[in-house]
Design a protein around this ligand. Structure first.
Ligand SMILES: [Zn+2]
Length: 274
């Protein structure tokens, strides 16, 4: 199956997008579960990032926490399948104030424009040890979250800019840590080790990548929201997200082969290191 579009999301998102079948792919970095799906007649790939299909029939699906994700396996699998565009979705915490961004609340849909990686990384396809082509890892860190893709949907989201911080997880940040992320790193969105490793690897694999964040908590604003309210807000946001993503799939499926933007300016690591 050839498709140039992949969506990476969380639990339940695949079923909302459409129907398909799961393929277990072996990569040099380990196994990955890739869903081949049809969305309104367009073929796409979907990764449910926290779930890995078992090797043996009858075994349970493996659930992985953010710090346990095998980003290299599923990003390699997408690259190897010929994917050019990666649309990711992830839950984030929200912080009003930095970068003159206000009005964030539980349920807001956002699109970060840049990130601060505090996860401890590194995440790279460049070989550990041995020689690699210098250009393979000395890549521009500008426009990591593809601005051309973001511009196609920015009018549909609550906040099309802002800074995403990435910490290892899986626990939430303490109030003291959130204040440091706000005051020293000017972070608007709090994420764990999910989207940032993906975008770094996507850049090395020459795939356009951007992220829809759904705000699921506002750690500095009063007591934690009631669990039922949060669930309802997330469900509403997810329904909205699907309505944004579906037309985007059609736009990208019909995009000219020469779709170009400044985020991809050199061949992939795999081409350079052949
Ligand atoms: Zn791009």
């Amino acid at each position: 199956m050839y498709t140039k579009i992949a969506i990476i999301g969380g639990t339940g998102m695949g079923q909302l997008l459409g129907s398909g079948k799961i393929k277990c792919v072996n990569t040099p970095y380990g196994p990955a579960s890739i869903h081949e799906m049809s969305v309104d007649g367009k073929e796409i790939l979907f990764v449910d990032r926290h779930h890995l299909e078992p090797k043996h029939e009858g075994d349970s699906v493996i659930f992985r926490l953010p710090h346990q994700l095998n980003h290299k396996a599923y990003m390699y699998a997408l690259h190897n399948a010929g994917v050019e565009f990666v649309i990711a979705a992830s839950a984030v915490g929200g912080i009003n104030g930095p970068n003159d961004i206000n009005g964030l609340r539980v349920g807001s849909i956002v699109m970060p424009e840049d990130f601060v990686d505090l996860s401890g990384g590194p995440y790279t396809f460049a070989r550990e040890g041995g020689l690699v082509h210098e250009e393979a890892f000395h890549r521009s860190p500008v426009d990591m979250l593809c601005s051309k893709l973001r511009s196609l949907v920015e009018h549909h989201v609550d906040c099309p800019r802002g800074i995403l911080s990435c910490v290892k997880g899986p626990r939430y940040e303490t109030p003291a840590e959130v204040r440091v992320l706000r005051d020293q790193y000017h972070a608007n969105f709090l994420g764990m080790t999910t989207a940032v490793p993906e975008v770094v690897l996507a850049r090395e694999a020459s795939m356009h990548y951007f992220l829809f964040g759904t705000v699921t908590n506002m750690p500095l604003e009063g007591p934690p929201a009631d669990g039922a309210d949060v669930k309802k807000a997330i469900k509403q946001a997810q329904d909205r997200l699907i309505k944004i993503i579906n037309p985007l799939i059609h736009i990208l499926a019909n995009a000219a082969p020469e779709f170009k933007c400044q985020c991809i300016s050199s061949p992939s690591v795999f081409e350079l290191c052949k």
